[in-house]
Ligand binder design. Structure first.
Ligand SMILES: Cc1cc2nc3c(=O)[nH]c(=O)nc-3n(C[C@H](O)[C@H](O)[C@H](O)COP(=O)(O)OP(=O)(O)OC[C@H]3O[C@@H](n4cnc5c(N)ncnc54)[C@H](O)[C@@H]3O)c2cc1C
Length: 220
């Protein structure tokens, strides 16, 4: 066997799983198709029970210190709703405004400290299994190769090919709407309103961009 467990995908799920398995004495191999860590803005922070789990692992302080803005706060956007729990004497939920690229960097550092073997630029292109092992077909920088593992875990995101290859269905329905998100840089002249929203009254911006700005602003 080349590894106890092959994890496909070095997003937050794959990185966290790799660290947890390492702590349990397992030898994971993490394969990520992107050659470099991503800096695409995605999630704006963490909230709810995940923060308690990070505290339990002794990671919360370190993650809080890495936040670009103020740390733990009992107010955060939940979907389109701004939850503000500041009036409660002992708020049950908090949020940590840690942007996803920073989160991935911290998790990447942690897997490094724990000695996880992370191979970037290695894309899984096929999977087969028998009763003894999983055979993983990989396309790496030096060409295709195969590895064997006792287990394989698909942490390869929303359009998981591992899920398809494993024959795991995706029952349910999807929304008919198409939502587009954009990252924009606004000039200093844009007004920040009292409630934290941005007044983007220029005709160059349409409603979708204003909504996006509001969501991003909501973490502050
Ligand atoms: C624009 C945007 C905004 C978002 N905002 C929020 C938010 O505000 N709050 C929130 O909670 N969530 C948000 N999300 C969702 C959040 O980003 C995802 O839930 C999170 O990234 C899921 O993590 P993951 O590790 O499961 O998957 P991913 O982050 O998708 O990681 C999967 C990894 O697998 C790799 N991979 C895929 N296929 C293969 C393969 N065959 N071989 C090797 N590697 C492979 C990919 O390159 C990727 O690195 C947002 C997402 C987007 C796109």
């Amino acid at each position: 066997m080349n590894a106890d467990v092959v994890i496909v995908g070095a997003g937050p799920t794959g990185l966290m799983l790799a660290a947890e398995l390492r702590l349990a004495g397992v030898r994971p191999l993490l394969l990520e198709r992107q050659p470099q860590r991503r800096d695409t803005p995605k999630a704006g922070g963490l909230g709810g029970q995940i923060l308690e789990l990070l505290r339990y692992r002794g990671l919360l302080e370190r993650f809080e210190a890495a936040c670009p803005g103020p740390g733990l706060a009992p107010r955060f956007p939940f979907g389109g709703v701004h939850l503000d729990l500041t009036q409660l004497p002992d708020p049950p939920l908090h949020a940590l405004p840690l942007p996803q690229p920073l989160l991935e960097r911290l998790l990447d550092e942690r897997t490094g400290e724990l000695g996880v073997d992370v191979q970037r630029g290695h894309e899984v292109i096929g999977v087969s299994q028998d009763e003894a092992a999983v055979t993983v077909e990989v396309r790496g920088p030096d060409g295709p190769y195969r590895i064997n593992a006792r287990y394989l875990v698909g942490c390869d995101g929303a359009r998981s090919r591992i899920r398809d290859w494993a024959g795991i269905g995706f029952p349910g329905t999807t929304y008919p709407e198409v939502n587009r998100l954009a990252q924009v840089t606004l000039p200093d002249t844009v007004t920040v309103l009292g409630n934290g929203d941005l007044d983007v009254s220029s005709p160059r911006f349409d409603g979708a961009v204003v909504t996006c700005c509001r969501l991003a602003q909501g973490w502050r």
